[in-house]
Design a protein around this ligand. Structure first.
Ligand code: NAP
Length: 286
């Protein structure tokens, strides 16, 4: 294989519906680079342990130049790493792996991916954000907001999960948790951003919404729904119907991928080309 051929890929399970090959092939083409981006399914542990080790060894021996990691392995790759970026240490999950000076580095581009897309949609000052859900992506979102001076309330169906997350992130005492079903608008009046990090509204249940029925929305708010399939969730429809702003999570997906690509290749990923590849009718991403 020539030195300038980039062999890239994604490990996780299941992977069939991933948009990542289209994104990275577009970035390779637009950057004039030779290479490929393939899906490497690795089943959950313990069954997938040998396969996971093999894939990591492929990075170490140079057969692969870069790997993305998705569910269920974002935590499972940590013991293999020689180096973790501060973001990976903070959220306990890596989505981008590569070799640097003989050392295996794990990075997390979900964090800058989310915040970059948020700034595109909501330029200006930080404020009070309401984050729905307290799972893996909520950690990246809350940490990104924390780094950018937002105050966060986490609404989750399991309060203990939300409390553990804030503790693990060493969040300031101004960050609060609340029951998802008991969101009280009085306490949330100042909210100018809602981020949905739950899978509620995603295929195969596109008609469901995580927003508690009958709860009014804040007066001026942007909904950022991490879901991008379907491109318009039930929750987004409700928010838009109320005359407020809503975005899906495609911009975060594009941006995290672009940042991974840049770590691996050292060249800028052409965002317009990527947008056209994943969403031909939505090339501005909004
Ligand atoms: P996860 O780790 O499983 O976390 C999901 C969270 O949602 C958990 O707190 C879970 O609570 C909660 N939840 C699940 N079902 C719920 C329900 N019916 N009602 C209330 N809360 C519920 O998943 P994740 O990795 O964070 O992913 C979440 C979503 O974000 C998925 O749709 C994923 O596709 C999307 N995502 C998008 C991007 C992007 O780039 N746009 C990146 C990452 C993830 P329990 O623990 O109690 O179930």
């Amino acid at each position: 294989m020539s030195e300038n051929y980039f062999k890239l890929g994604l490990i996780g399970y299941p992977l069939e519906k991933s948009l990542s090959p289209a994104i990275h092939q577009a970035a390779l083409r637009a950057g004039g680079l030779k290479g490929e981006y393939r899906l490497y399914p690795v089943t959950p542990l313990p069954e997938g342990q040998d396969r996971l080790t093999t894939m990591i060894n492929h990075l170490r021996d140079g057969w692969l130049q870069g790997l993305n990691v998705t569910i269920p392995h974002k935590q499972n790759v940590l013991p293999f790493l020689d180096e973790m970026t501060p973001a990976v240490r903070a959220v306990g999950a890596a989505n981008t792996l590569y070799m640097q000076q003989g050392r295996l580095v794990g990075d997390n581009t979900d964090i800058p991916g989310f915040i970059t897309d948020l700034h595109r949609l909501l330029p200006g000052n930080a404020g009070h954000a309401l984050v729905l859900g307290a799972g893996g992506s909520a950690r990246a979102v809350v940490y990104a907001l924390q780094l950018n001076n937002w105050t966060v309330t986490v609404a989750a169906r399991r309060l203990e999960q939300a409390e553990e997350m804030l503790q693990a992130l060493k969040a300031p005492s101004t960050f609060k948790v609340t029951q998802l079903r008991d969101i009280s608008l009085q306490a949330m009046n100042s909210v100018k951003l809602i981020v949905n990090t739950t899978p509620v509204g995603m295929f195969p249940l596109p008609d469901a919404s995580p927003w508690p029925e009958g709860t009014p929305l804040p007066q001026e708010v942007l909904l950022y729904d991490l879901i991008y399939k379907p491109p318009e969730t039930q929750f987004m429809r409700y928010v838009l119907h109320e005359g407020l702003q809503a975005s899906n999570g495609l911009g975060m997906l594009v941006e995290q991928a672009a940042l991974s690509f840049e770590r691996w290749t050292g060249i800028t990923a052409e965002r317009t080309a990527i947008w056209s590849a994943v969403s031909p009718t939505q090339s501005t991403g909004w």
